[in-house]
Ligand binder design. Structure first.
Ligand code: NAD
Ligand code: UDP
Length: 340
């Protein structure tokens, strides 16, 4: 199938494009490179062993997007494009609503006009908020808003897709709620390339390992968990990428309507366990200091992944050790990410 991938030059998008190419799909990327580099597209071609069409374009640009859709006529869309920094979304809420919600509205309009009926959307475990205790199931009650504008854009987009699917019985949407993606392609050629100081745990730790940062700041060790640090469901980005390929198979089978799946491992690890795993993978101690809690962090979050296993035939295979080894290989081979 020809798949149009918005945000395909980004962290999760690039790994997914490689899996799609390896599984025989044709890939067209639309990315404005606001948080990624053209080198990522080159490396997708290299790892996928095939050419990929790339449009440097903003998904909010309706005219340009319409032209791309009319020319390419994709069978399905995977919509990764979006801004994702929690703290920045608190500072700049309008940018987040305009970009994340706005791009989705434009995309749906163009899909409708050009007869494209299949979309996979990058949602997040953040939509669960703190309404229910883990393991989190897809049918859990959702809050009205998340703990930050970024998370609320995901809740809003999920609702928009539900309403649109309700209004169009031939429209198919798969909402994938990612838990905590980490790691990199085992080749070390593509990986996560954050700009500035990393917000997330794994990219921060790997920068400590290579000496770009002095020490890790652990946000709180007084949570009600066995070692006092927060627990998350870390999933290898290549497992996550394969989850998208599994979701596309639903479209090949026919009309699936709107479906929601968690993509996680079903297992939680504490911050201290992650530090220990990275330390073992790196063969060196990771200096850290305990700080106060970070606003909005929940003590514990992990997925119930049974639904994805039953309906998509997908489950995560890689271990925390794989995630650490691959994240480190990427960082060591590319100390400055993709460069300028
Ligand atoms: P990323 O920033 O690496 O990739 C997003 C890509 O989208 C970037 O290449 C960026 O340039 C592009 N983009 C942003 N706005 C655009 C626009 N208007 N038009 C065209 N391109 C645009 O992020 P990622 O980690 O790969 O995340 C991909 C998706 O998954 C995002 O929607 C994110 O919210 C979601 N998600 C990520 C995580 C995570 O921890 N990484 C967790 C849950 C959900
Ligand atoms: N964390 C930390 N130090 C950091 C970054 C993150 O202690 O520099 C903790 C954070 O408080 C949370 C866990 O690591 O408990 C995962 O955070 P991350 O931002 O990676 O993912 P989140 O689950 O918040 O999306």
């Amino acid at each position: 199938m020809k798949i149009l991938v918005t945000g395909g030059a980004g962290y999760i998008g690039s790994h997914t494009c490689v899996v799609l190419l390896q599984q025989g799909h044709e890939v067209v990327i639309v990315d404005n490179l606001c948080n990624s580099k053209p080198a990522a597209v080159e490396r997708i071609r290299e790892l996928g062993g095939k050419d990929v069409k790339f449009y440097k374009e903003d998904v909010c640009n309706e005219t340009a997007l319409g032209e791309i859709f009319r020319r390419e006529q994709p069978g399905a869309v995977i919509h990764f494009a979006g801004l994702k920094a929690v703290g920045e979304s608190v500072e700049k809420p309008l940018e987040y609503y305009a970009n994340n919600v706005g791009s989705t509205l434009t995309l749906l309009k163009v899909m409708g006009e050009t007869g494209v009926k299949n979309i996979v959307f990058s949602s997040s475990a953040t939509v669960y908020g703190d309404v229910e205790d883990p393991p989190l199931r897809e049918d859990a009650a959702l809050p009205n808003h998340a703990n930050c504008p970024y998370g609320t854009t995901k809740l809003m987009i999920e609702q928009i897709l539900k309403d649109y699917a309700h209004a169009h019985s031939d429209f198919n949407a798969v909402l994938l709620r990612y838990f905590n993606p980490v790691g990199a392609h085992e080749s070390g050629r593509i990986g996560e390339d954050p700009s500035g100081i990393p917000n997330n745990l794994s990219p921060y730790i790997v920068q400590v390992v290579v000496g770009k940062r002095d020490k890790l700041h652990i946000f709180g060790n007084d949570y009600p968990t066995p070692d006092g640090t927060c627990i998350r469901d870390y999933i290898h980005v290549v497992d996550l990428a394969e989850g998208h390929a599994a979701a596309l198979k639903l479209f090949e089978k026919g009309n699936c309507g709107l479906r929601v799946y968690n993509l996680g491992t079903g297992r939680g690890h504490s911050v201290m366990e992650v530090v220990k795993a990275f330390s073992e993978a790196a063969g060196q101690d990771i200096p850290y200091v305990i700080e106060g809690r970070r606003a909005g962090d929940l003590p514990e979050s992990y997925a119930d992944c049974q639904k994805a296993k039953d309906e998509l035939g997908w489950e995560a295979k890689k271990t925390l050790q794989d995630m650490c080894a691959d994240a480190l290989r990427w960082q060591r081979q590319n100390p400055d990410g993709y460069g300028d």
